[in-house]
Design a protein around this ligand. Structure first.
Ligand SMILES: Nc1ncnc2c1ncn2[C@@H]1O[C@H](COP(=O)(O)OP(=O)(O)O)[C@@H](O)[C@H]1O
Ligand SMILES: Nc1ccn([C@H]2C[C@H](O)[C@@H](COP(=O)(O)OP(=O)(O)O)O2)c(=O)n1
Length: 678
């Protein structure tokens, strides 16, 4: 997961490859609740690991359910069997509507019939998301529910410690036109009170998001509860309903998450398709019907049980007008596809967007406008004009702590002329707070980078060159962390070459022989550990003496040549920070930013001295200073790729700067604009 403050997406070009989707959030949290209420143990396979499932799991644990994860990652949930194990708890449910609503209903019923009191709260945004219709229905049933904040919104207290007879004989009425989650919550909870007779729920108003009710009914059936349904207005839970564990259950891949990869195929699956695994045409999730909408916009889709393959069909995509009531979450993806269309796209019946993680209509309109688009919004619709090739702007996308905003808007990183002649340099799309995707798809950006290709030369490089002990390594690794980029410590390659040559008994002054070693050495970086031919060389690699040997072998042109391709291979999405002596001058001359880092020889000797002491290595400052001057001299005066600033490098003397100041200075130079072309 990228936990950086922002993630810069360079201009992308083509998509191809396979993505394995994480489990569906809606299915995961429903299954967890059902397994938590059922008698016996349920083995839950492919459960989504995300913020929202984590808060549900924490709640179940607080309520006394048994949770055990086995070696294969399967979660074994031992349920309460309909009996409270604890009568009081305070549950924090983050921003997870799929935990807040059903737990409110289930705990209200359990607390009222068995005596208990539970407080449910969440993050600030959760306290702005309506729950009043569910509370009204629960009060009608006879459950005490107290508002602990603004009436109609969490936080809430359900139950008052006493026992209450519930009015189950008459139908429970619940509004269905704000969120279908209220009905889902009642359907999941009311089997608990069917001992005396059947319980009927009547929906008031037009039920929205019916596909989610379909998922609820499917999963209730898997847990032994056969709901009788009259249209979408009346639902009856038979007398004596009780949750029976199915033993094992597989969570389907998330169909809403699939939408980003379906769109990816439609926009950029130019030569190869994008293959999606974990969800297919047989999915029980309503958002699978996003596939039809994508097809209507031009996508070519084939699929079977558990898989889909999508490639570009019509191009540009076709603008359309679509009632999106049946695919409220996935429809957001259409709003970004609309930028690549030939005519306006109008998405209607999406009022529910306004009460999701953020006001998604307003958020989408604001962010699409940043990219240059013309957007009209209304209470329950959004209309997006296509964005002509010349009018796309680099933008920093605010994501509102909303996973779908981040994932959707990442699709705007494609160049409008993807795969067409006349490709332009393109522009960056900055996604702010990329870790918000943790709600449903923690590794979304990794999965995206695995199946997209940048425009040639567009993967940004930040080059840091300079003499020994100037702080290059420290600066580069901090920059890589802050930007979420890969890191190349090119000095380590020369150091490893010196060690490998020594080990092989090759004389270090024989350039060709050392180059042959460099070309074939089995070098592997594993976090901070470096392996050479199966041996951990992390410590010997960092010795001062090894630095000196590296300086010697690096003066041979064939050695530099032998390591060239290896260094280029580190340039991968989303970007690279590379440190060394010739990163900006020779290896990455098109680097988006070049920094030449220096500090006085005395200061550098002091730093190295301190660094060595901290590792328990004794050294004299005078001899260190002499050594580093000799190394500077050799590195600066060799015939190939000598140490010198690139013409377009920013010079940074950090003698008087702290590490943090140096990092801040370089980040202030870093402009995610149009990358430099070769
Ligand atoms: N700006 C700075 N101010 C003070 N010390 C620094 C600064 N930058 C780096 N250092 C320290 O100097 C030492 C050498 O830094 P390092 O990154 O290993 O240098 P290089 O990679 O250039 O040889 C480290 O102990 C590091 O913590
Ligand atoms: N891009 C590079 C990186 C290092 N070298 C050579 C020259 C250096 O003295 C040695 C060791 O480099 P390294 O960056 O690991 O050394 P310091 O950490 O700066 O002491 O390798 C090079 O020639 N070109």
């Amino acid at each position: 997961m990228f936990s950086t403050a922002f993630l810069d997406l360079p201009p992308l070009r083509r998509a191809a490859g396979t993505v394995r989707l994480p489990g569906s959030k809606s299915i995961s949290n429903r299954v967890l609740l059902l397994a938590g209420l059922a008698q016996g143990t349920t083995a839950v396979h492919d459960l989504l690991d995300s913020d929202d499932t984590r808060v549900m799991l924490a709640a179940l644990e607080a309520l006394g359910c048994g949770l055990r994860r086995d070696e294969a990652g399967v979660l074994h949930v031992t349920g309460l069997g309909g009996q409270l194990a604890t009568r009081e708890a305070q549950l924090f449910l983050g921003n997870a509507g799929t935990a807040m609503r059903p737990l409110t209903a289930a705990l209200a019923v359990l607390a009222s019939t068995q005596g208990g009191a539970f407080e449910l709260s969440g993050v600030a945004r959760m306290h702005e998301r309506p729950i009043g219709d569910l509370v009204t229905a629960l009060r009608q049933l006879g459950c005490p529910v107290a508002d602990l904040g603004q009436p109609g919104y969490p936080p809430l207290r359900v139950g008052d410690g006493g026992l209450h007879a519930l009015h189950t004989a008459e139908p429970i009425r619940v509004r269905g036109d704000v969120s279908s989650q209220f009905l889902t919550a009642l359907l999941l909870a009311l089997p608990l009170v069917t001992a005396q007779g059947p319980v009927t729920i009547e929906v008031v108003g037009e039920l929205i998001s019916k596909p989610y009710i379909h998922i609820t009914l499917e999963l209730l059936a898997r847990f032994g509860i056969a709901v009788q349904r009259e249209g979408w207005q009346r639902f009856t839970l038979p007398q004596g309903s009780s949750y029976r564990t199915p033993g094992a259950i597989h969570v389907e891949g998330d169909a809403s998450s699939a939408s980003y990869f379906v769109a990816l195929g439609a926009i950029a699956g130019v030569e190869q398709p994008v293959r999606i695994e974990g969800v297919g045409l047989d999915a029980i999730q309503g958002d699978i019907r996003f596939v039809e909408a994508a097809q209507a916009m031009g996508a070519q889709v084939v699929g079977g049980p558990g898989w889909l393959e999508v490639r570009r069909g019509t191009w540009p995509l076709k603008g359309l007008t679509l009632d999106c009531n049946h695919i409220p979450d996935a429809a957001m993806t259409l709003a970004v596809m609309a930028l690549y269309a030939d005519a306006p796209t109008r998405l209607t019946n999406i009022a529910s967007w306004r009460v999701k993680e953020t006001d998604r209509i307003a958020a989408m309109a604001t962010e699409l406008r940043k990219l240059g688009a013309t957007v009209e919004e209304g209470t329950d619709f959004i209309e997006i004009q296509p964005l002509p090739a010349g009018q796309w702007q680099a933008a920093s996308i605010h994501t509102y702590d909303d996973h779908r905003m981040a994932m959707c808007l990442s699709l705007a990183a494609f160049h409008p002329l993807v795969g067409e002649p006349g490709e332009q340099p393109g522009r960056m799309v900055r996604i702010e707070d990329p870790k918000c995707v943790a709600k449903t798809f923690p590794d979304y950006f990794e999965a995206l980078f695995d199946c997209v290709e940048a425009l040639p030369g567009a993967v940004p490089v930040l080059a840091v060159d300079g003499p020994t002990a100037s702080g290059k390594g420290t600066l580069a690794s901090q920059l890589a962390q802050r930007l979420g980029y890969h890191l190349l410590d090119s000095g380590a390659l020369y150091r490893a070459t010196a060690l490998a040559a020594q080990e092989a008994g090759v004389p270090l002054d024989d350039g060709e022989a050392v180059a042959a070693v460099a070309a074939t050495m089995a070098l592997r970086f594993d976090g901070d550990t470096v392996w050479l031919a199966g041996q951990d060389i992390t410590d010997p690699l960092r010795l001062e003496s090894t630095g000196g040997l590296a300086s010697k072998v690096s003066a041979h042109p064939p050695v530099r040549q032998a390591l060239h391709a290896l260094q280029l291979s580190f340039r991968r999405l989303p970007g690279l920070v590379a440190d060394g002596r010739d990163m900006g001058t020779v290896v990455f001359p098109d680097a988006a930013l070049k920094v030449f880092l220096t500090a006085s020889a005395e200061e550098r000797a002091q730093r190295r001295h301190k660094q060595l002491l901290s590792r328990g290595v004794e050294a004299s400052i005078d001899s260190l200073c002499a050594d580093l001057r000799a190394r500077d001299d050799r590195d600066q005066n060799r015939s190939v790729a000598p140490l010198k600033p690139a013409k377009d490098a920013h010079l940074l003397d950090n003698s008087e700067l702290s590490i943090e100041d140096s990092v801040a200075q370089v980040l202030s130079w870093w402009q995610p604009g149009t990358p430099r072309q070769r």
